[in-house]
Ligand binder design. Structure first.
Ligand code: ZN
Length: 399
């Protein structure tokens, strides 16, 4: 049996926000929590020591990519993901179903998930090859590495996640696209429901398992999926798939789902911009995962708190490559206590960035991850103190 447990300590009076703790066999996650993503068993540019120093409580690794390289059997032989990546906290793995979207429709239509779960995130009209074939029994993937075809079904996904030895696993699902119509989304949802039952049958019982609610941005499908997935004995509920055309649609989708859920933990897959975090915590989400902090860091973007000039308008970021930081002696954010801000100036970081020095990526990622973790700590503190909505207004300037 798995030793998974979720306790809610506090519910906010003015919203659905809640304060809790998830207990796993590798330690606890205080919620609400932002889970940094370690796609290929690394939060990019950081190692297990950095994660420990930053106080990262949990990471999320990618089943499909680790199955492709170095191979889940290899990771099992090397003692499992925790030992492999030198991180001894709770690890979540996704099911591989997200790649049905990212390597399929998402790739073909150039829609990406970060900042572009929504079609407005499309970068170009140019089409690329769809690398998936989706059948009722599972998904065929054409490898991005060597072009060979591989098959993934619920049984395989559970076996891979067992080999990875993660603490929380996801049921196998099909993540649909914002461009999928009602008919298609309904078919995909039916497949996801069948695979949810199979995942419960086949999964490694020492791992906690979350079911994934699908149904795109169709109210009746989301409600059906919510009812079905939450009727099954999952340890937690994840919300996946298309969340509509804009952020307001995403809030609406959550309103269709969350009020129907019980007190099990709720994870929102692939969302993590700062305003999203506030809006989704308010609507009752406990955990999030997103590659955003390290991905934007690699492009020169570093987070800024409201006290240092961060706002909804500048997405709480500055771009460090700007010439105006050439002689700036200040840290990225004078409010920030991370090791980067305590030691280095904006001028130094800009110098590293424009010189393409690898150290830049590590220092910027440390700042961005620290920033998100501190934000979540402040959010938890605000729920505890009964002032979550005040904190949200302060950040988003919606007084
Ligand atoms: Zn910092």
């Amino acid at each position: 049996m798995n030793s998974f447990e979720f306790k809610i300590h506090e519910k906010d009076r003015g919203s659905r926000a809640r304060l809790g703790i998830i207990r796993t066999r590798h330690g606890n996650i205080e919620t609400p929590y932002f889970v940094p993503v370690a796609t290929l068993a690394t939060v990019r540019s950081l190692d297990g020591y950095d994660l420990h120093t930053l106080g990262v409580q949990c990471t999320l690794a990618n089943t499909y990519h680790l199955h492709s390289k170095p191979g889940d059997e290899t990771i099992r032989m090397l003692g499992g993901l925790h030992r492999f990546m030198g991180f001894d906290g709770p690890i979540i793995t996704d099911s591989g179903g997200f790649q049905a979207f990212s390597l399929g429709f998402g790739r073909e239509h150039n829609i990406n998930k970060v900042g572009g779960v929504f079609p407005e995130g499309r970068t170009t009209e140019e089409k690329r090859e769809n690398l998936t074939r989706i059948k009722d029994n599972g998904i065929y993937f054409k490898s991005i590495y060597d072009g060979t075809w591989h098959f993934l079904d619920a049984c395989q996904s559970m076996k891979i996640q067992s080999n990875l030895c993660s603490d929380i696993i996801m049921a196998f699902d099909e993540c649909t696209s914002p461009l999928s119509d009602f008919e298609y989304t309904m078919k995909a949802m039916a497949r996801t429901h069948e695979w949810a039952k199979q995942s419960l049958d086949y999964h490694d019982k020492s791992q906690a398992i979350y079911g994934i609610v699908q149904g795109g941005w169709f109210e009746d499908l989301r409600q059906k999926s919510t009812e079905f997935i939450s009727s099954l004995p999952f340890d937690g509920i994840a919300i996946g798939g298309s969340l509509g055309n804009c952020k307001r649609d995403m809030h609406e989708v959550l309103e269709w789902i969350v009020p129907k859920l019980d007190d099990r933990p709720r994870h929102l897959l692939g969302i993590g911009e700062i305003d999203d975090i506030f809006e989704c915590v308010q609507r009752g989400i406990d955990t999030f995962d997103c590659v955003s902090p390290t991905r934007i860091a690699r492009r020169g973007n570093v987070y800024l708190s409201p006290e240092s000039g961060g706002s909804l308008e500048n997405k709480f970021r500055i771009n460090i490559k700007s010439p105006k930081f050439r002689e700036d002696k200040n840290p990225i954010d004078s409010q920030c206590q991370c090791s980067t801000c305590r030691q280095y100036s904006r001028a130094y970081l800009r110098h590293l960035y424009v010189s393409k020095e690898l150290t830049y990526f590590r220092l910027a990622s440390i700042h961005n991850i620290h920033f998100m973790l501190k934000l979540m700590e402040d959010i938890r503190g605000s729920i505890r103190g009964g002032e979550f909505l005040e904190l949200k207004d302060r950040w988003l300037e919606k007084n």
